[in-house]
Design a protein around this ligand. Structure first.
Ligand code: ADP
Ligand code: MG
Length: 320
């Protein structure tokens, strides 16, 4: 049986120079941000049976645990620096730990984000990561920064993760290929860090957040914090490749309200349209203009012809 310290040494402590002044092994890690920069800090906890299924693939779980945290940095426009990992494990299973740490470090290395410390304890499987990033003061993409007249944009595509969940819940069936593609979206989300950085430079965007619970619910946080409303074009919402092949009603529901895609929703002045498109190109991330911020409170939907759409009447998705 692995001791707590053997476990940390074997799976989480790496013998390589990092950005931190002091990493794993002491009472605290020491990290110096770039002079003049502000720290951006966020935590996300993943709990078995609530955020992932019991028996979930450990490699994918390692990826996703960090991905959802990096997604928060992306939504703020911050550059990742490092993270801590607090783990409760039912047992010190080396096969599980090997897969988990490989998934975790593959994504960490891709974003040059170093594991600088954490805590390990026995208990029901629970993974809590805190990420540290940095950004220029005044450049953070805050939820309270949307202004009337701003365009509303989303990155990438929406709804495929929700499709995978629908299959898991026996709401519908997909071909094996389609299911694999949708499940990949659910288990291995790609945090939009490069796009967030490009949008925060200058800055190009005003308000932003990452879509974890579905666009409709999440954009509500921007609208409330900024004391504005919005109209979105349901047919402009970019569907994932698998969802794009489903019927229109499902497409509308899952793009509008499906969760777990970890795309960014952001607002930007109309004058910055070209700059937003350039940020998308520079970061290799699709960006789609889907609506407009308005003075009238609340969220409204129109179709491609501008006619009002009541999504509630056509089968609202309360489970996104
Ligand atoms: P303390 O008793 O001071 O809390 P611990 O004995 O829990 O310290 O941890 C020893 C060192 O290992 C610390 O530097 C801590 O940050 C690090 N650590 C513990 N668990 C993890 C983990 N899961 N991942 C990374 N580092 C960890
Ligand atoms: Mg401790």
């Amino acid at each position: 049986m692995l001791s707590e310290f053997d476990l940390i040494k074997q799976f989480f402590k790496r013998d390589r120079p990092g950005r931190a002044d002091l990493g794993i092994g002491d009472d605290c890690a020491l990290l110096t941000p770039t002079p003049g920069f502000q720290l951006a800090i966020s935590s996300d906890m993943l709990v078995e049976d609530r955020h992932f299924f019991a028996g979930a693939d450990p490699f994918m779980l390692g990826h996703k645990s960090l991905a959802v945290n990096l997604s928060d940095l992306a939504a703020m426009g911050a550059r990742p620096l490092g993270f801590t990992l607090a783990l409760a494990l039912p047992a010190a299973d080396p096969v599980w730990l090997d897969g988990f740490s490989r998934g975790l470090f593959a994504l960490a290395d891709a974003h040059d984000c170093e594991l600088i410390g954490g805590d390990t304890t026995k208990g029901p499987l629970n993974i809590c990561i805190t990420v540290f990033g940095e950004l220029m003061p005044g450049h953070a993409l805050r939820r309270d920064a949307a202004r009337v007249g701003d365009d509303v944009w989303v990155s990438g595509t929406l709804g495929d993760a929700r499709l995978a969940l629908a299959v898991a819940w026996d709401e519908l069936t997909l071909s094996a290929d389609d299911h694999a593609q949708a499940a990949q979206r659910m288990h291995m989300p790609a945090p939009r860090v490069a796009l967030g950085l490009a949008l925060a430079a200058r800055p190009v965007a005003r308000a932003a957040l990452d879509i974890s619970d579905g666009l409709v619910g999440d954009i509500g946080h921007i609208l409330a914090a900024s004391r504005v409303g919005a109209t979105l074009d349901v047919d402009a919402l970019p569907a994932g490749p698998v969802l794009a092949r489903q019927d229109r009603a499902l497409r509308r529901r899952f793009t509008a309200a499906g969760g777990d895609d970890y795309e960014l929703c952001f607002t930007a002045p109309v004058a910055n349209r070209e700059a937003v498109l350039e940020a998308g190109r520079a970061s290799g991330t699709a960006v789609t203009r889907v609506g407009r911020i308005e003075a009238e409170a609340g969220l409204r939907f129109v179709d491609a012809h501008g006619a009002s759409v009541d999504l509630k009447l056509s089968g609202w998705d309360h489970f996104g």
